[in-house]
Design a protein around this ligand. Structure first.
Ligand SMILES: *Cc1c(COP(=O)(O)O)cnc(C)c1O
Length: 401
């Protein structure tokens, strides 16, 4: 890495700092040949559950598995519709399809970039008929029940859960939070009159510990959190070939367990997560201060008063996004796009027949979003340089293509 280059994300420094502790985990696992299940997995599940204020936590092999197992364990059955947003990583809809359900979308809200409760209301009222005997909305066009919704806590900020949960209660829908980007994010519930942690507000939530997430394994890992003991027990069975007792299979499950070594690594890193999240919040506040003078040239992320975000990503918006990105790259500053193409326009979903214009807010965000470097070790000097470079671009005339 040249001294002038600013990476999008620094995965090396935190692991160097923890190297001795991580190696000790590896030695311990090797000395006992304890690679699957056992105290490291149970220990991490307990610790991460406590971190989330969640009574039950089940470690699984990835965030994608976490979403899929949560859906199935909560009662989504093949043929159901599960509604999420088009502005998310494809794992959300992959998990829906893998659970045998059909993904469908409602758009995000302009300011929060998460599920728009009004769009969800319109979907349920206008596109569905409520069937009293099934106690479920039936989609008018597809003739199948809508059984669940997945709000995604995108970029580390919770979706506006109160109105979403109200609608879910009214229409008897399962709610699974996709909290894969939101470890430790908080939401102030006006209904409950208190702050609630991401992963505790619905039937179950999915977390990912993929490299680059706020809490990351040294490989692949994920977890499901829930307040429901029975649901947790079902996820435990699903992750382990459908067996509660060895070689007695209540159902077909998956090979979706959390490796013991990864659980041990995660325990080491979890101890630092509150500090890392605080540093991300500080870095976000510093960006806000530095970039605020750019006014209408650059839209900054908005944190409503009900949100304490953990800034998995710091995403700004510009009408000249691609040119801005090139300008930054020329100055040695890396950036990211989350995400450049909303899911309804992906080739993978061509057969569903969605068209440009179907989810306009997501489409606009996809065209304008730019993720600036964001990681706990990002320094004020680096941020100064990034802001300088962004300002140069926004306040010059060369930006017009
Ligand atoms: C990362 C991510 C996932 C999937 O997690 P994996 O561990 O990579 O399987 C799911 N949803 C969202 C929103 C994510 O960011």
């Amino acid at each position: 890495m040249t001294p002038n280059k600013i990476p999008f994300l620094d995965l090396v420094t935190p692991h160097q700092a923890l190297e001795e502790e991580l190696v000790a985990v590896f030695r311990q696992a090797v000395s006992k040949a304890a690679f699957i299940g056992g105290p490291m997995v149970e220990g991490f599940e307990r610790e991460f559950g406590a971190f989330c204020d969640s009574p039950y936590c089940v470690g699984v092999a990835s965030g994608t598995d976490a979403v899929r197992f949560a859906l199935t364990a909560a009662g989504v059955t093949p043929g159901d519709i599960v509604v999420t947003v088009p502005m998310t990583f494809i794992a959300t809809t992959e998990a829906i399809s893998q659970a045998g359900a059909r993904p469908d979308f409602v758009d995000i809200h302009e300011t929060t970039c998460t599920m728009d409760p009004e769009k969800l209301r319109a979907y349920l009222e206008e596109q569905c008929d409520f069937n009293k005997s099934l106690n479920r909305p039936i989609h008018k066009r597809y003739g199948v029940p809508v059984s669940a919704i997945i709000p995604v806590h995108l970029y580390g900020q919770c979706a506006d859960m109160d109105p979403i949960l109200d609608l879910a209660a009214k229409y008897n829908l399962i709610v699974i939070e996709d909290a894969c980007q939101a470890h430790g994010a908080e939401y102030f519930s006006r209904r409950h009159g208190c702050w609630r942690k991401a992963g505790t507000m619905s039937h179950a939530a999915a977390f990912s510990f993929y490299a680059g997430k706020n809490l990351a394994a040294l490989g692949e890992a994920g977890a499901v959190t829930t307040n429901d003991e029975e649901l947790a027990a079902k996820v435990r069975i699903l992750r382990d070939h459908g067996q509660a007792k060895k070689y007695y299979h209540d159902m077909e499950g998956y090979n979706g367990r959390l490796d013991a070594i990864q659980a041990g690594f995660l325990s080491v890193k979890l101890a630092h997560l509150p500090d890392w999240n605080a540093k991300r919040r500080t870095a976000a506040a510093r960006y806000n201060e530095l970039l605020e003078p750019l006014g209408e040239h650059l839209a900054l992320p908005i944190e409503p008063e009900w949100s304490r975000a953990v800034y998995h990503l710091y995403v700004v918006r510009s009408e000249n996004r691609d040119a801005l990105r090139e300008h930054l790259a020329a100055a040695g500053i890396d950036s990211g796009l989350h995400y450049p193409l909303p899911l309804h326009l992906q080739k993978a979903y061509e057969s569903y027949g969605w068209q440009p214009g179907d989810f306009r807010v997501s489409e606009r965000l996809a065209a304008e979003c730019l993720s600036l470097p964001m990681f706990p070790e990002l320094t004020p000097e680096q941020q100064q340089r990034i802001a300088q470079c962004v300002s140069e671009f926004c306040l010059s005339d060369v930006k017009q293509p």
